[in-house]
Design a protein around this ligand. Structure first.
Ligand code: GLN
Length: 483
């Protein structure tokens, strides 16, 4: 039962082959048995799951239908869930029970999805390895000595290990696409403003975007359908109609113009990943796509710009965690300043403190123009590169990551080495564009992803290309040994 995709589950439930309650019991038992190896969950919500499953079964018995009605999922632990711990992977929020549901959580619950639990993540979504969580590192089911990617590593490891078919995640600089690549999943970061950020604990507000992690493009379409849409509670949410994503999956790729940026194949890219990318290009050519070399000349400046802008926004967003209003408070403070200092010093981990310091520095009066303002100008140049490219092509294709998943601990002493791994993903966040990573082969037994980028609000096109690719390849069906 645990091998089923969301689409297969929807068919099985509609045909009354099993109930949502039965499926939920099976998956909860599987999580209890296997998750100790992975550490992909921070909290399990068994009681909620069983009551939601029963309610979904009752709705189906009353004639209601829907692809998510009775479908088991989990939420990355930065989506607020009413009455349930929402920790953001941090000691700071270890004791925080959200007083309300995030819009994404509420929408999916209304569609009948069943919440099995809250998944592990890098603290405040900062990281590319899922090693900075207060609740411990997450392991990659493809090789337990390797990282699953971050910051949505818990969602990715759980779905890859068949503990559940799909999960929500968020992507500020790659945190949906990079763990998807590292664990052989399909992950979609939507256009900025497509999915509401209300109740999604903020890291860098102008970059953060929620989206689906699943095994197939077909399942990403189903989950995105339940997440996307205008939300008056989020002032950056965009009032644009949500298309039927599943309906776009089957369009032909005949004549589709795919751009491959020449800058992507620089020295930093593992040549074995380059080969997998070229193979996927050949596969798409067979399906009728036309390939064109393009250029994204400002790509080299994207990492430094991102690692100024994201920490700057983080330093501002995280100022609310002061030990006074909610979250962690130190013991026996001597005075107010001592309370602030020790609550933040004890509540935040090392990487979060590093980002707050970098961000506060970049925003300080003397350095604002030199760092923050310059980074914003680079951001515009990165966007302009994409706008020019999308005049010539419909899709941009390349590697999701320069290397496969590294060993746990391998980059702990060198944060910049870890930042450099985001080179292919962060540009989409800087520009606000939608991006998808799909399975495209293996290197040393570890999965490799290919990234597709599209113009604003063309999530349907990304899902269409990935689905057609998945109809003609079987990388996405491979299962990690032992799971
Ligand atoms: N690795 C990037 C960072 O640490 C992106 C993380 C994310 O997308 N949440 O900021």
């Amino acid at each position: 039962m645990h091998h089923m995709t969301l689409a297969e589950i929807a068919r099985g439930l509609a045909d009354k082959k099993f109930s949502s309650e039965e499926l939920t019991q099976v998956l909860l038992a599987r999580i209890a048995q296997l998750d100790p190896q992975l550490n992909s969950f921070i909290s399990l919500t068994q009681e909620l799951a069983l009551s939601q499953a029963k309610a979904a079964d009752a709705r189906r018995a009353n004639g209601e239908t829907g692809a998510l009605l009775g479908a088991p999922i989990a939420h990355k632990d930065l989506f607020c869930t009413q009455g349930i711990r929402t920790s953001c992977g941090s000691k700071m929020l270890d004791n925080f029970k959200a007083p309300y549901d995030a819009t994404v959580v509420a929408k999916l619950a209304a569609a009948g999805a069943v919440t099995l639990g809250k998944t592990n993540m890098d603290e405040f979504a900062m990281g590319s390895a899922n090693e900075s969580s207060y609740y411990g590192a997450v392991k990659n089911p493809w090789n337990l000595e390797h990282v699953p990617g971050g910051s949505s590593g818990g969602s990715a490891a759980a779905v890859a290990a068949r503990l559940l078919p799909a999960a929500t995640a968020t992507d500020t600089g790659g945190s949906i696409r990079q763990p998807a690549a590292f664990t052989n999943l399909t992950g979609l970061k939507p256009t900025y403003g497509r999915v509401s950020r209300w109740g999604m604990i903020a890291y860098a507000s102008s970059l953060d975007q929620g989206g689906p992690l699943a095994r197939t493009a077909e399942d990403c379409a189903i989950l995105l359908q339940g997440m996307a849409g205008f939300d008056p509670n989020d002032s950056t949410s965009i009032d644009e109609p949500v298309p039927d994503y599943s309906a776009s999956l089957n369009s032909s790729l005949q004549g589709l113009r795919i751009g491959v940026p020449k800058e992507y194949f620089s020295a930093g890219l593992d040549p074995r990943i380059a080969e997998r990318v070229h193979n996927s290009v050949k596969e798409l050519e067979k399906l009728g796509a036309v390939i064109k070399e393009i250029s994204l000349p400002n790509m080299q400046h994207a990492i430094p710009a991102y690692y100024v802008i994201a920490p700057a926004e983080a330093s501002s967003n995280l100022s609310r965690f002061d030990g006074v209003r909610f979250g962690y408070r130190c013991e026996n403070p001597e005075n107010l300043i001592d309370l602030y200092k020790r609550s933040r010093g004890e509540g935040f981990g090392a990487e979060v403190q590093r980002r707050i310091m970098v961000g506060a520095y970049a925003l300080s009066a003397g350095y604002y123009d030199a760092y923050y303002l310059k980074a914003q100008k680079i951001r515009r140049l990165v966007k302009n590169d994409f706008m020019a490219a999308f005049n010539e092509v419909d899709i941009i294709l390349g590697p999701t990551t320069p290397n496969p998943a590294w060993k746990l601990g391998a980059k702990n002493s060198d944060p910049v080495a870890e930042y450099l791994e985001d080179v292919y993903t962060i540009t989409a966040n800087l520009a606000g564009l939608p991006g998808l990573s799909m399975p495209a082969g293996f290197v040393d037994g570890l999965p490799v992803g290919v990234q597709l980028l599209a113009p604003y609000f063309q999530e349907g096109r990304l899902l269409n290309v990935a689905h057609q690719y998945q109809l003609h390849t079987d990388w996405h069906t491979r299962t990690p040994q032992g799971f």
